[in-house]
Ligand binder design. Structure first.
Ligand SMILES: Nc1nc2c(c(=O)[nH]1)N[C@H]1C(S)=C(S)[C@@H](COP(=O)(O)O)O[C@H]1N2
Ligand SMILES: [Mo]
Length: 358
């Protein structure tokens, strides 16, 4: 199998959103198990697939600039976690008026088992300078940016995918940020950032930079198209904020939307996650009239991925509206309608489906 066939095969199970750059959401099956099979994990890329020479550099304000390879990463202690990644644009298609940007439905979210070296271990080898404030990650991908072609009229028509994090977070071992080289027990595939990528638990996935080429310690805060241009909540009624931690959200996986099910006891179930704390409560509604019932929330089976919830429903004959709403330990709760912002990020409105019971 040549490289192109390998990429085509890896994409066969996904729902196409944009052929170039390739963006595709997961099938509903991606949310059923605890781990999303790799072939069902959504893909979001801002540029075409880049070439990568198998090395990355650490520079900027560091004592010891380094060039590292996959073998160097594998020589460090390995850490593996299930991490739920969600695109900040997930659910954009439900917002009105429809914001520009990729028209994601509700399946730009998946959970994989990511294995790699701790970013904090790698940074410690390079020795960040005392006056460092942020760490900048640069991917190997670049080109003209499809969502902001105006840039093509300036001398900035060749953008690189760059994102920064506070140095305090990047160098904190307890944040467990990975430079990952395996996904679900296999080397990373081309669409997911081969040969290595950043994985930042709890954050919207934009900050999990794929095809990592450079890490630079900065002494000034970074601004760039993917940091301060896009990936900003431009709220209508309050100050703008950068997209950061995933907003609390629950999803229904059973019964399937618009399905026909037999009357009697049925288990309604799904997933819930949040970047701002474990899920403490999931409520379920049947009437569309604001009456909520407590669902059972399973204990988290790891710190960084979705939790299971379920509700035993004695389903009477008829058509029913099902809604689900999660609350996290920080007290954040899902709104009933999407909170509109100009670029359409962070839609975590309650999911509404209907089923027919016969
Ligand atoms: N280098 C690079 N990294 C990137 C991106 C990108 O375009 N280039 N997209 C980001 C965004 S917006 C998301 S949602 C996630 C998607 O990761 P996945 O394709 O493995 O699901 O990668 C992030 N990392
Ligand atoms: Mo994203």
């Amino acid at each position: 199998m040549d490289a192109t066939e390998e990429v085509m095969e890896a994409r066969a199970g996904l729902q196409l959103i944009n052929p170039a750059p390739y963006n595709a959401e997961a099938p509903a099956a991606a949310l059923v198990g605890e781990i999303t099979p790799t072939e069902f994990h959504y893909v979001r890329s801002n540029f075409a697939l880049p070439d990568h020479d198998g090395t990355f550099e650490i520079g900027g304000a560091v004592d010891r600039p380094l060039t590292l390879t996959l073998d160097d990463l594998r020589a460090l202690p390995a850490h593996e976690y299930a991490v739920t990644l969600e695109c900040a644009g997930n659910g954009r298609l439900q917002m009105r008026p429809l914001p520009t940007g990729e028209p994601w439905g509700d399946y730009a979210v998946s959970t994989a088992r990511w294995k790699g070296a701790l970013l904090s271990d790698v940074l410690a080898q390079a020795g960040p300078a005392a006056n460092g404030v942020e760490v900048l990650f640069t991917g190997a991908d670049h080109g003209s940016y499809h969502l902001n072609p105006v840039l093509a009229d300036t001398n900035r028509d060749d953008l690189w995918f760059e994102r920064s994090l506070p140095l305090s977070l990047a160098s904190d071992p307890s944040a467990e940020i990975l430079i990952a080289y395996e996904m679900n027990g296999q080397p990373l595939g081309p669409d997911h950032g081969a040969p290595f990528r950043i994985v930042v638990p709890h954050w919207y996935a934009v900050t999990s930079v794929k095809w990592l080429k450079r890490i630079d310690v900065l002494t000034e805060p970074f601004s760039g198209e993917f940091q301060t241009g896009h990936y900003i909540y431009e709220w209508a009624d309050r100050p703008h904020e950068p997209v950061a931690l995933m907003r609390v959200r629950a999803r229904l996986t059973e019964p399937e939307p618009e399905s026909v099910i037999p009357a009697g006891t049925t288990t309604v179930r799904g997933k819930a996650w949040s970047g701002t704390g474990p899920i403490t409560r999931v409520e379920f509604s049947l009437t569309g009239a604001g009456q909520w019932f407590e669902a059972t929330v399973a204990e988290p089976t790891g710190p960084y991925h979705w939790q299971e919830w379920s509700f035993e429903w004695d389903a009477p004959i008829g058509r029913h509206t099902l809604m689900v709403r999660a609350t996290d330990a920080a007290g954040n709760v899902q709104p009933e309608v999407p909170e509109w912002n100009r670029l359409g990020y962070g839609n975590n409105a309650v999911e509404v489906i209907y089923v027919d019971v016969v």
